[in-house]
Design a protein around this ligand. Structure first.
Ligand code: UGA
Length: 454
């Protein structure tokens, strides 16, 4: 067991992988006075952070990065040897999908190897914290052996490893890091999660969230179960949205509100729409489905959650065809491309799938997003014309689909659509518009809203 006298000094921290999670962890710790060094193999990212600039669009993060770099609490490097000078290392590298839907651990493996190499010969104790999302068994089977063989240290002697999954949402990562619902700390039974707990006690002081201490696999599983549970709520309410669309007078928002008042259910993650996207839910569902199958189990409910989500953009296409008939040559305006508001991330964004489906139907698609346009252009190429304003997007269109619920779209009124579009027809894919107001002034359909004509 790790006794208090054996705790490494926690003041110097390294964070390996400067995506939105790593940079948020690094900047929040630095803003609370820890000396933090970010390590990433991407030279451009490292030089941006070193200059105090934030390479990702994440509300509040730019200020924290700028301030922390100016105060010399945050720096960045491509040199893994920097880890040696710290006592705690967070691993926050990506764990994308591999071709078979399983988890690609190549970044985890190379990060673990490089961290181990930089720690070889180091005498002081060091704590490695696995924050990346890894399927159950990865820490014990891959990370620990890689660290041990490359560092020549035994885990549990001078090198300690904890699993500490993150629950940060893109778009509110800083807030989530500052006010987490709970901390999940997994260790090898050597009590090393106490080391990490000490760090969090300094960070959160009197506002310590509830803490769950467990072993590696349960900590790894909790992360997947969390994301799968939330994704399942979304697919379930989306299934009711499909049903509501077939029943005159039905409205999935009212249904969600009603069930959300049941304390056992609660109101969150019940927003029906064109589906979940992003770098986490789809990938994590695929990874846990693949792992389950490898273990000889068919995870039916998780599979269906995923399949229901895959069909969401098709629901909009069907609505569009009901409204306009053949979509060939029709001008379609898509408002929003990011997988959700307040981020420029378009990874697995339902809006992008929607654009592709409209393009397959030979519609002419124009799209606008307040920040994600450039990223979307890289993925979509010629399938879409990305424009710089709502007005440009709507002008001359036969149909508009609201695909991402940015605040600036919420402010639109029927008059804006009527004024700019050739035929004012709107499909609200995220349920941000008042059906009464819009239906009375223009042709209007919405996800989960029953109509008289099906
Ligand atoms: C998600 C989890 O919410 C985080 O807790 C987790 O840390 C993160 O994945 C991760 O694994 O790293 P994130 O993907 O950033 O966070 O975004 P969410 O806010 O969860 O939204 C995911 C998708 O679900 C979005 O496309 C959003 O539009 C959609 N969604 C969300 C709905 O369609 N309906 C809802 O009611 C909620």
């Amino acid at each position: 067991m790790v006794g208090a006298s054996r705790l490494p000094s926690l003041s110097r921290i390294s964070v390996v992988g400067l995506g939105y999670v790593g940079l948020t962890v690094a900047a929040v710790l630095a803003s609370k006075g820890f000396k933090v060094i970010g390590v990433d193999t991407d030279e451009e990212k490292v030089s941006e952070v070193s200059l105090g600039r934030c390479p990702v669009h994440e509300p509040g993060l730019d200020v924290l990065v700028r301030r922390s770099v100016r105060r010399h609490n945050l720096s960045a490097t491509t040199d893994y040897n920097a880890i040696r000078e710290t006592s705690v290392t967070f691993i926050t590298v990506g764990t994308p999908s591999s071709n078979d839907g399983g988890i690609d651990l190549s970044y985890i493996q190379s990060a673990s190897r490089s961290i181990g190499e930089s720690l070889s010969g180091k005498r002081e104790r060091h704590l490695v914290v696995v924050k990346s999302t890894v399927v159950p068994g990865t820490t014990q089977r891959v990370i620990v052996p890689t660290l041990e063989s490359s560092s020549n240290h035994r885990v549990g002697e001078s090198l300690f490893v904890c699993v500490n999954p993150e629950f940060l949402r893109e778009g509110s990562a800083v807030k989530d890091m500052l006010h987490p619902d709970r901390l999940v700390l997994g260790d090898a039974g050597d009590g090393s999660s106490n080391l990490l707990l000490n760090l969090y006690k300094v960070l959160y002081r009197k506002k310590m969230p509830p803490v769950l201490k467990t072993n590696y696999v349960n900590a790894e599983l909790i992360k997947y179960a969390n994301n799968v549970f939330l994704a399942t709520r979304i697919s379930l309410i989306n299934e009711f949205a499909n049903l509501c669309q077939l029943i005159p007078g039905a409205d999935v928002n009212v249904v969600a509100q009603g069930i959300g008042l049941d304390e056992r259910i609660g109101p969150h993650f019940l927003r029906a729409g064109i589906g979940f996207g992003g770098s986490c839910f789809p990938k994590d569902l695929r990874a846990i489905i693949t792992l389950s199958r490898e273990l000889g189990h068919d995870p039916e409910l998780i599979r269906v959650t995923y399949e229901v989500n895959e069909r969401r953009p098709g629901v909009v296409i069907k609505m569009a065809e009901d409204l306009l008939g053949d979509l060939k040559g029709r001008r379609v305006a898509i408002l929003g491309l990011a997988f959700k508001p307040n981020t420029d991330d378009v990874r697995e964004a339902p809006a992008l799938k929607l654009v592709k489906l409209f393009a397959e139907k030979k519609a002419e698609v124009k799209a606008y997003d307040p920040v994600a346009g450039e990223n979307a252009k890289r993925v979509l190429g010629n399938a879409v014309t990305i424009v710089d304003s709502i007005e440009e997007c709507l002008r001359g269109a036969d149909l508009c689909v609201l695909a991402t619920e940015w605040d600036e779209f919420r402010a639109l009124r029927p008059e804006h659509f009527i004024g700019f579009m050739r035929e004012p027809v709107l499909i609200d894919g995220r349920r941000i518009y008042d059906p009464k107001e819009f239906s009375s002034k223009m042709r209007f359909r919405a996800i989960g809203l029953g109509t008289n004509d099906g």
